[in-house]
Unconditional design. Sequence first.
Length: 184
Amino acid sequence: MKKHGVYNPKRLFGVTTLDVTRANTFVSENQNWKVEDVNVPVIGGHAGTTILPLLSQVKNARFSEADVAALTKRIQFGGDEVVQAKNGAGSATLSMAYAGAHFLNRLLSASVGGKKGVVECTFVESPIAAKDGCEFFASPVELGPNGVEKILPLPELSEYEQEGYKNMIGDLSKQIQKGLHFVK
């Protein structure tokens, strides 16, 4: 895409909304809240331990250490849970459709509707983890008429999240390189 002049990093988005949707669902169950009242930022990638929910950023939530560990793992491997529930005969197709529609509606409200302050987590070309060998990274971004208007800085991570970040970077970097090699 780059060599043909059609690549625009402000308009290339990766799948993170599915992970956010799962995180919101699992946290709402854990906290006994309505799911529409929950917004869990998710950073990193979209495979296993590269998915890092920032549970420390969920306002008014009360999590034990055991809750944080269990929720993080469940969010990271939520796709496996769906496949197991379907006895290997399917995947999270409806969840992905919902997440795609949600992201598209938010993107359209910002790009066509002119709504300001539309923030969604998405996997984009980003400077956030570039120093760690990750040219692409999922994090909160502000959307607008041009696609990605602004990549927001990461909030302060808890100790648990800092450890998760350190543990994911190597795998995420390898996955990105594999994807870039595939595109070439």
